[in-house]
Design a protein around this ligand. Sequence first.
Ligand code: NDP
Length: 314
Amino acid sequence: RKGTVIITGASSGLGLATAKSLSETGKWHVVMACRDFLKAEKAAKAAGMSKENYTIMHLDLSSLDSVRQFADGFKRSGRPLDVLVCNAAVYQPTAREPSFTADGFELSVGTNHLGHFLLSRLLLDEMKQSDYPSKRLIIVGSITGNTNTLAGNVPPKASLGDMRGLQGGLNGLSSTMIDGGGFDGAKAYKDSKVCNMLTMQEFHRRYHEETGITFASLYPGCIATTGLFREHIPLFRLLFPVFQKFVTKGFVTEEESGERLAQVVSDPSLTKSGVYWSWNKDSASFENQLSKEASNADKARKVWEISEKLVGLS
Ligand code: NDP
C-alpha cells in the first residue's frame, strides 16, 4: 500500500517542495496540514500535484484546540499514519513586540514548538498502530539554533537558560522568552528550533525501543527564498539569497531542500533514530553534531516536562 505522511505547513517553501517530491513518487499519500486551506489548494495545484496523491486538512498550530481537532479528524479519517513531519514555523525577526497564540503563548515558541509537541504526542498512538515497515517522526530543526556553527553564532544566540520563562507560560504577565529575558523575535525562533531538536531526542529516548519508530531532525540547508523571511526588511530579503549563494555557500533551492526532507521521510538508508541530518556540498547526507545545548539530555527532559503541563497533557 501507499504510505501516508502528514506534513505541517505544506502550503509553501520546504513543506510544499517535500509534498510535491513525495507525491510524484506515487508511493505516498500526502496529508497537507495547513492553516490556510485555499492557499494550500492553490499551491498544490500550481506545483502540479495530482489530486489522488494528497488531501488538505485544516491545522492551525497556534491554537491547541485546532491541534486537538486536527488529531481527532485525522483519526476519524481512517487512514493509517506512517510518517509525521513537523515542518511549519513562524519567524518574526523584526517584531518589536511579542504576539501570542490563542492560548496566550509567545507566537514563535507557541507555534513551532508547543503546537508540534501536542500534535506529535496526540498522534503517536496512531503511528504505533500502523503496520508500515519504516515509521518515522521528523521534526525540522535548524543550524541557527546550533551554537556550534558559524550561523548559530550570529547574535542573538539561542539559549534556554534555566527555562524560567517557559515554566511561567511565555505569556505577557511573566516573560515571553524561554530564558526569562526580554522579547527578541529572532531569538525566540532560534530557541523554538532548539526545543524542536531536543524534543526529537527525548522522543527517541522514551519511545524508539518500544515502538521501533525512527525519530529524526534535520537542517535542510539555507533555503533563502522561502516565505520564512517574509517579515524581514526588504534589503535583507534582496541580499540574503545572494550572500548565501556566494559567501556561505549554504544556499539550496526549495526543490533541493524538498528532496532532502523527502529522503528523511522515505530513504531506506536513513532509518537511524535520534539523528540530526545535514547535507554536504555534494548533497550527500551525513549525521551532524548538535550544539551542547541542543543535545543536553537534562534540558530535553525539562523541555518535555514543562511543555506537557503547558499543553495540558499532565
Ligand atoms: P515558509 O514560511 O515558506 O513555510 C512555513 C510554513 O509554515 C507555511 O506553510 C506556513 O503557512 C506554515 N505555518 C506558519 N504558521 C502556522 C500555523 N500557525 N499553523 C499551521 N501552519 C503554519 O518557511 P520554510 O519553508 O523556510 O520553513 C519550513 C521549515 O524549515 C521551518 O521549520 C523552518 O524552521 C525550517 N528551516 C528553514 C530554513 C530556511 O532557510 N528557510 C533553514 C532551516 C530550517 P502559510 O503558508 O499559511 O503561511
